[in-house]
Design a protein around this ligand. Sequence first.
Ligand code: OGA
Ligand code: MN
Length: 300
Amino acid sequence: MASVGTEILSTKDVVIKPLPFALGATIECGDVSRLDAAAQALIRQAYLDHLVLVFPGQHLSDDEQIAFTSLFGPVTDSYTGLADGKRRMVAMVSNQPGGGLGFGELRWHSDHSFEARPFSASILQAIAIPPSGGDTHYSNMYLALDTLPDGLKAKIRGLTIKNAISTNSAGEQIGEAITDVRLHKGPSHPIIRTHPETGRNALYLGRRPDAYINGLSLEESEDLLNALWAHASNGDFAYPHRWQVGDVVVWDNRATMHRRDAFDETQTRILHRTQCSGDEPTHDAAADARGSHARGHLSR
Ligand code: OGA
Ligand code: MN
């Protein structure tokens, strides 16, 4: 629903269209900078229900993107995508000078899982998009947990993964190289994570390289991680997002993972990124009896 002028947009201007995948919804609402409080609340609930929201046709300035981001949590700065290593509120994810994360594939991950308090929401606004490639795939980790075979579910109960700060999703080294995953000091997070707002459990894997399941032998940890990753990354729980210029996409890192396809390095891809600070991941045993997933069906 296109909106013109500067009028305030209310709930009647917001159309939520669930995507035909295991997660995600498109939100048609006109300029997200002009939503009234009730429309903002509706969108906030849609974010918890659908995990990934796509807002097409936006043209947000940095200040507008920061203001929109604050709807999902406390806006924080990041060094993501920055060649100079300085933290900024609005980072540039791009293969162009001054941007970061390059043009290669980004492997499945949840943002900043290697920190004690990983980001809750991340937001990208598409400024320039190549004609092909660079799609971003999002995956529903409530559903990944719900569909985990019982034997695996029993094995991970109460266990934590130690998350490495060694490489980013592009495989670039951002911390000290790790020689023994059992000894490094990265923060540990529960494998079954209870979402602090929905109270539902999700599989929380972080990222695969240099991960270690505390308390297991190296071999047991590798075997269990491989089994969990094979299940979680099989595509059944995923939505592949093909970007259009003007798309603003919000996702919940507490219940999703994402990956990006590589694209032609001679093409230009620019996205502006903002993010919200999050809580320390926890597991609440009372959540175990609850059904996990917000959305019922598999994509195939
Ligand atoms: C990110 C990220 C994916 C992309 O910014 O955290 O993973 O499509 N980006 O560039
Ligand atoms: Mn990411």
